[in-house]
Design a protein around this ligand. Sequence first.
Ligand SMILES: *Cc1c(COP(=O)(O)O)cnc(C)c1O
Length: 233
Amino acid sequence: MTATETLTARLAVVRARITAACERAGRDPAEVTLVAVSKTHPLDSVRDALAAGLTDLGENRAQELVPKAEAAAAAGLAPRWHFIGHLQRNKARDVLPHIAVLHSLDSPSLIAEIERRLPAPARVGAAPRLRCYLEVNVAGEAQKDGVSPDDLASLLSVASASPALEVVGLMTVAPLVPDPEVTRPVFRTLRELARAHGLAGLSMGMTDDFEVAIEEGATAVRVGRAIFGERQN
Ligand SMILES: *Cc1c(COP(=O)(O)O)cnc(C)c1O
């Protein structure tokens, strides 16, 4: 098989698994956005992904997103880029022009930086706002990014008041454990937090746990290895 055929075949399997998980949960697969995480994979993989019908691609590092998005644009490829990793304030200026969705908003200081760096029309609310998810460290893991559930309300009030942002929901990265059932309560807690704060979007679920995440209400899953194969570095 060519690389293109391999990607197309893997994508068909992922889509079938998404559909099956939706059926188990009585949900419409159209409610679930598949964000294909292309990190570590070259521009050819971006091309293959778009040819296979994917529209939304995710990257987690500014140093990788920016050159890849520029190269894609130069090649006439226009995926909707999602930034899913921790965004350092000093990288916001470089990243913002390329992305449609930020999954990892995690501090008032990043909000202030985004307001400074977005084009002026966005600052006064005249341009489309940056769609964003607030990242929550549900399991309270020390090494993880994201706000604690206790700090969510105050971050949300700052984000909601920003003319530059449209808060669409919450995001989490579940603990890495072999059994996806162990992560189910994490996803459930994120859903309950979102409901308590009146937010509809839930960005949760990766290669090892996206079906459980969908059963628990995910509206965006971020899937890398199951689509692109093992990471290349
Ligand atoms: C890499 C990454 C993913 C995708 O991980 P896979 O296990 O390859 O599906 C999802 N979300 C975030 C935040 C990531 O960094």
